[in-house]
Design a protein around this ligand. Sequence first.
Ligand SMILES: [Zn+2]
Length: 80
Amino acid sequence: MCETGCGKLAEIADHYIPAAIYIEMRRGKNLIPENAFFDMGNLQSLCAGCHRLKTIEDDKHIANGGPWVELGRPAKKWSF
Ligand SMILES: [Zn+2]
């Protein structure tokens, strides 16, 4: 399901903080870019409609230079 709670099926793995910015934020923490790109702590599942709206917000945020606040949820623990 879409993580905004809109009730629609999730279709897109969204970078909560846009990937290019998140990779830069992580660079100082010895994370290689590929790991930062796939960091589950920065990914969320969205429906197409919410993703479209979020992308517009991200673009405004990029134009304003941030600030960027991390998602702040624990990384998913796999049960297998
Ligand atoms: Zn949605």
